[in-house]
Design a protein around this ligand. Structure first.
Ligand code: PLP
Length: 394
C-alpha cells in the first residue's frame, strides 16, 4: 500500500462534489461543454472586481526590499490593523490586530483552529447539512465530529443541540450563510445557542468554543445581514476568507478572528499562531495579505448572483420543486422529488444537468445546485429540470 489506510478510506468516502465534477468532466469531453449544465462546484465564475486588479498592480510594483520575505506567523501587522478596524465596525466589540491571524483561506483558518483546540477524541458539533470537508478537518486533528440536524427550514434546532453536548464537546462549528442551503442562522436562536454554550461551559469547567465559518458573510440577498456570533457568545471565533466575496479562491487568502472576550484569549492566540506555523502554512501568502489590506470593504458586484437566484428559484418553482429560498451564498438546496437523492441526481444527469446529492452534505433527500454559472446556462437547463421532475412524478 502506497498510502495510509486512513487515506484510502478517506478517498473512498471523499466528496460527492468532486465525484460529480469528475463525471461532469467526462460528459463534457464526450458531448461538448456547451451541452452540459454543470451546477456542481462553488467556484465563483465572476471575475474579481476591477479595483482589485489595480490594487494588485500597486502591490506588485512596490519594490521596497523584503516584500516577499517571511513575516510574523500571524501575518502582516498592517493587514491585521485594517481587518481589526473592519471587524470593529461590523461587530459591537473592539478588535485589535492581535485578535486576527492571516490564514490560507477559510479552510486554513478552520484547520488552524481545530489543531489548536482539540485533544484526541474530543468532539466537534457540526450541523447538517454541512460543508463535507468538516469531517476531514476534524479528523485531521484527532477530533470526532458529532452531527446535529437543523430544522425543516435549515435553522438551528436548540433541543437537538443541547442533547448533543457532553463532557467531550470542545467546539461547535456553524456555517452562516450556509453551504449548501444558503440559509443564515437567525439572531434569536444564535443568542439562545450562546446561552446554552455558556451554561454547559460553566458546568464542564472549560469553554466550549463556537466557530462561525463565514466566507459567504458578504454574499447576502434582500438586505439581510448576518448576525454577529461575537455578540451572541464570548467564546467565539470566526474563520473566513476572500475566496467568495472577492472571487479569489485560488489565491488562498483568509483570516481567523478571536473574540476579544474569549476565555483564555492569550493562550488561545499563541496556540493558533503556532498551529499556523507547524501545519506547514508558515504564514498566509505575503502578496495577498498586502492586497486584501487594500480591499477590506470591497466585494464583487452581486447583481449577477441576485438575478441568477431569482431566475433559478422561479424555474424550479415552475417545475414543481420544493425549495427554501437562499438568503445568502450561491447555492440552492431543493428537496429531491425522490427520497433517494442519488437516484434523482442520476435522473437530472439524463438531462445533462449536474447536481450534487444532499447525502454528500449529510442530508439525504435533497440536492445542491451552485449558481456560479451564467444565467444562460440556468435558462437552458429549465426544460431538463421540468422533464426530470415530471418523469419521477409518474
Ligand atoms: N467553508 C465553506 C462553507 C465553504 O463552502 C468553503 C469553500 O467552498 C470553504 C470553507 C473553504 O473556503 P476557502 O477557499 O476560503 O478555504
Amino acid at each position: 500500500m502506497a498510502i495510509a489506510d486512513k487515506m484510502t478510506a478517506a478517498m473512498q468516502s471523499s466528496s460527492w462534489i468532486r465525484r460529480m465534477f469528475e463525471e461532469g468532466a467526462e460528459l463534457k469531453a464526450r458531448l461538448g461543454a456547451d451541452k452540459i449544465y454543470d451546477f456542481t462546484l462553488g467556484n465563483p465564475d465572476l471575475e474579481p472586481p476591477d479595483a482589485l486588479k489595480a490594487a494588485l498592480l500597486e502591490v506588485v510594483q512596490d519594490s521596497r526590499p523584503g516584500r516577499h520575505a517571511y513575516m510574523s506567523n500571524a501575518g502582516f501587522l498592517e493587514t491585521r490593523q485594517v481587518l481589526a478596524a473592519h471587524l470593529s465596525r461590523e461587530h459591537p466589540l473592539s478588535f485589535s490586530p492581535d485578535d486576527i491571524i492571516m490564514t490560507c483561506g477559510a479552510a486554513g483558518a478552520l484547520n488552524v483552529i481545530l489543531k489548536a483546540l482539540l485533544n484526541p477524541g474530543e468532539e466537534v458539533i457540526i450541523l447538517a447539512p454541512f460543508f463535507p470537508e468538516y469531517i476531514f478537518y476534524i479528523d485531521n486533528h484527532g477530533g470526532t465530529p458529532r452531527v446535529v440536524e437543523t430544522d425543516a427550514l435549515f435553522q438551528l434546532d436548540l433541543n437537538r443541540l443541547e442533547e448533543a453536548i457532553n463532557t467531550q464537546t470542545r467546539a461547535v462549528i456553524i456555517n452562516s450563510p450556509n453551504n449548501p442551503t444558503g440559509q443564515i442562522y437567525e439572531a434569536a436562536r444564535l443568542n439562545a445557542l450562546g446561552e446554552l454554550l455558556t451554561a454547559h461551559s460553566k458546568k464542564h469547567g472549560r469553554p466550549i468554543y463556537l466557530i462561525n465559518d463565514e466566507p459567504y458573510r458578504r454574499l447576502t440577498y434582500d438586505g439581510i445581514s448576518v448576525p454577529s456570533i461575537f455578540q451572541a457568545y464570548p467564546n467565539s471565533l470566526v474563520a473566513t476568507s476572500f475566496s467568495k466575496d472577492l472571487s479569489l479562491p485560488g489565491e488562498r487568502i483568509g483570516y481567523l478572528a478571536v473574540s476579544p472576550q474569549a476565555q483564555g484569549r492569550q493562550e488561545l492566540l499563541a496556540g493558533l499562531i503556532l498551529a499556523n506555523r507547524i501545519l506547514g502554512y508558515v504564514n498566509a501568502p505575503a502578496l495577498m495579505q498586502r492586497l486584501v489590506a487594500k480591499m477590506a470593504v470591497v466585494t464583487v458586484d452581486l447583481t449577477p448572483y441576485v438575478r441568477r437566484r431569482e431566475l433559478f428559484c422561479q424555474i424550479l418553482a415552475d417545475a414543481g420543486y420544493d425549495l427554501v429560498k437562499p438568503q445568502g451564498a450561491f447555492y440552492l438546496f431543493p428537496r429531491s422529488p425522490l427520497t433517494d437523492d442519488i437516484a434523482f441526481v442520476a435522473e437530472l444527469k439524463k438531462e445533462n444537468i449536474l447536481a450534487v446529492p444532499g447525502r454528500g452534505f449529510g442530508r439525504g433527500g435533497y440536492f445542491r445546485l451552485a449558481f456560479c454559472t451564467p444565467e444562460s446556462v440556468i435558462s437552458a437547463a429549465a426544460a431538463g429540470f421540468a422533464r426530470a421532475r415530471a418523469r419521477v412524478a409518474q
